[in-house]
Design a protein around this ligand. Structure first.
Ligand code: FE
Length: 338
């Protein structure tokens, strides 16, 4: 019996030694990616990278919340090397929960502007989404618009559409407003929005846009890519996009991004893939697939997106969206924003 165990042990030892002595170039690298971005969006990137490098990527797609919970539950046993998710609020949560590793990469620091990555290097933005103002062109002239806060003016009474405050996108929007303007001023602004609502907040940006196109309200706040999708589907829809706060803090931007997991079994390979995702080659694919803006400033957006013109972004680090999220949620509750 002992003999059998021993020989099994030596077989395992021999096999593992054989593997560890294989030259790195010959061993196909493997990478496990947990992604809250839909599979359709990531597949072309994964295929391109696999072809280019020979790395084999296992992709597990899921919703952002459950993926985070799964990572937490798996702990050190997780097979995940890289987490890709949306919203700086979620990336911040992942870092805060100790799920991500610090990465110090010259390539990433060069390709990703400082305000769109974690100051500690635990996550990096890969695409930019602007949460901006949209309007019904039959009812509103762009000259009537100026800032997010001006949507609280009495002239918009019964004309404003907002999405639910339960969505992390709006929590991040208000969190960044707190970072820029302070809590008291932000609360005043949110209260003035609530007073102007045309109808109860919408469950998602798409419903909001459809309602606006149908004339249920005149102005609203959505992520730029939802507007892009609507325009791509129906170029004649009477809607316009507006870049607010161009004379002060700039448009509220958020990111989709990624971080190498703390317990990655393939840390180096994960860093390499993350670096590649920030490169000019991958950035177009990554941003254009969802009509977002590339995070890498050297890369031009999709022509449909580029046609909306360039704009000044809020340059406060998007990590603030995570840090101030709890405060934002409480503020919106006090302001009666459902
Ligand atoms: Fe979205």
């Amino acid at each position: 019996m002992l003999q059998v165990k021993r020989s099994a042990f030596f077989t395992v030892l021999a096999v593992s030694m054989w593997f560890s002595f294989q030259p790195a170039a010959q061993a196909a690298e493997e990478l496990v990616v947990y992604s809250a971005r839909i599979e359709k969006l990531l597949k072309p990137l994964v295929s391109a990278y696999e072809k280019e490098t020979g790395t084999h990527i296992k992709l597990l797609a899921g919703k952002e919340g459950p993926l985070l919970e799964r990572l937490k539950a798996e702990g050190a046993k997780t097979p995940a090397d890289l987490l890709i998710t949306v919203d700086a609020g979620n990336l911040w949560q992942a870092a805060q929960s100790g799920l991500l590793a610090k990465v110090d990469s010259k390539v990433l620091n060069e390709n990703v502007p400082a305000h769109l990555r974690d100051p500690d290097g635990q996550w990096y933005g890969l695409s930019v989404r602007a949460r901006t103002i949209v309007y019904n062109t039959k009812k509103v002239k762009p000259g009537e618009l100026s800032t997010y806060e001006a949507l609280g003016d009495t002239k918009w009474k019964g004309r404003l559409c907002l999405r639910s405050s339960k969505k992390v996108y709006n929590q991040s929007l208000v969190a960044m407003m707190i970072a820029d303007l302070g809590e008291a001023k932000s609360e005043e602004i949110v209260k003035s929005w609530v007073k102007n609502l045309a109808t109860a907040p919408y469950s998602d940006d798409e419903n909001l846009l459809d309602a606006m196109a149908a004339g249920q309200c005149d102005v609203g706040i959505v992520n730029s890519y939802y507007y892009g999708r609507l325009k791509r589907k129906n170029p004649n829809v009477p809607m316009g996009i507006f870049w607010p706060n161009q004379n002060d803090r700039g448009v509220h931007v958020n990111v989709s991004g990624a971080g190498v997991t703390k317990h990655a079994k393939h840390h180096e390979a994960a860093v390499k893939f993350l670096e590649w995702l920030s490169s000019a080659e991958a950035q177009s694919l990554f941003a254009d697939a969802n009509l977002e803006f590339p995070v890498n400033p050297k890369v031009k957006p999709d022509p449909l997106v580029a046609a909306w013109g360039s704009f000044k972004q809020d340059s406060i680090n998007v990590a603030e969206a995570g840090k101030l999220q709890a405060k934002a949620v409480m503020l919106m509750d006090r302001a009666g924003y459902k």
